[in-house]
Design a protein around this ligand. Structure first.
Ligand code: DX5
Ligand code: ZN
Length: 231
């Protein structure tokens, strides 16, 4: 389902560790700091041992920022259950976890028919081979670089082999990374071939988020340019 244009760099802050009592302000701050999209972490206390928010919150947020791309990271059991509600709330991308899904083709189809882009997430222990039979059905693969559930964990560099494998075999695919990503490791992430960069505490905890976003972007854009010259 991924297109035939080479993927470009997109930086998507995760607002998980921001001040959720002023969610819209925190989101606006990210956009004004140069974010390309917002990565919104939905946790159900079941698929992961933590709880955040669901579609009612997304629905309230949408009118406050009508043009911003919302990437819903659905860390939930039974991800098929929330597709319509998230589409109705204004989500643009529905990223479910393959570990929580019984019928991958049916769920991908449902998400697509609801008008959202299809994202499939892999926990660190899940091999990339799990999703290969369905590669025509999704737009984005999310490679987790921490165990999902909490912000502020340490980046797992050994996940980069999954990113490299996907980039080599699917040059047009959007490859997203999430977990512990920041200025200290963006170069390895970029060189491995990821183009959608989720970063939580490294951005929201910075005194100048725009500086961090610019740094992340610079690294990814350089790596993309380098790989295009080598093609
Ligand atoms: C973890 C979430 C991440 C997290 C990212 O389960 O999916 O999106 O908030 O935050 P950092 O960058 O702090 O790991
Ligand atoms: Zn996430």
């Amino acid at each position: 389902m991924s297109g035939h244009t080479l993927p470009c760099c997109k930086i998507g802050p995760s607002i998980l560790c921001a001040d959720l009592s002023c969610l819209a302000d925190e989101c606006r701050k990210m956009i004004h700091s140069g974010a390309d999209y917002l990565h919104l972490d939905v946790m159900d206390g079941n698929f992961v041992p933590n709880l955040t928010f669901g579609h009612p919150v997304v629905k309230c947020l949408r009118p406050k920022m009508p043009d911003i791309y919302f990437d819903m990271h659905m860390m939930v059991q039974n991800p098929e259950k929330w597709v319509e509600s998230m589409a109705d709330a204004g989500a643009n991308q529905y990223t479910f976890h393959v570990e929580a899904c019984e019928d991958i083709p049916a769920l991908c189809r449902k998400i697509q028919e609801s008008g959202m882009r299809v994202g499939v997430g892999l926990k660190p222990g899940t091999p990339v081979e799990t999703i290969l039979p369905y590669s025509d059905l999704f737009d984005v693969v999310l490679i987790m670089t921490v165990e999902p559930g909490f912000g502020g964990q340490s980046f797992m560099e050994d996940m980069m082999s999954k990113v490299q494998y996907l980039r080599t075999n699917f040059p047009y695919l959007d490859i997203e990374v999430d977990g512990g990503v920041g200025p200290n490791n963006i170069d390895v992430v970029a060189e491995a071939g990821a183009n959608m960069i989720v970063s939580g505490t490294a951005i929201t905890g910075a005194s100048d988020p725009s500086q961090v976003i610019a740094l992340l972007r610079n690294s990814v854009e350089n790596a993309i340019q380098k790989s295009q010259l080598e093609r």
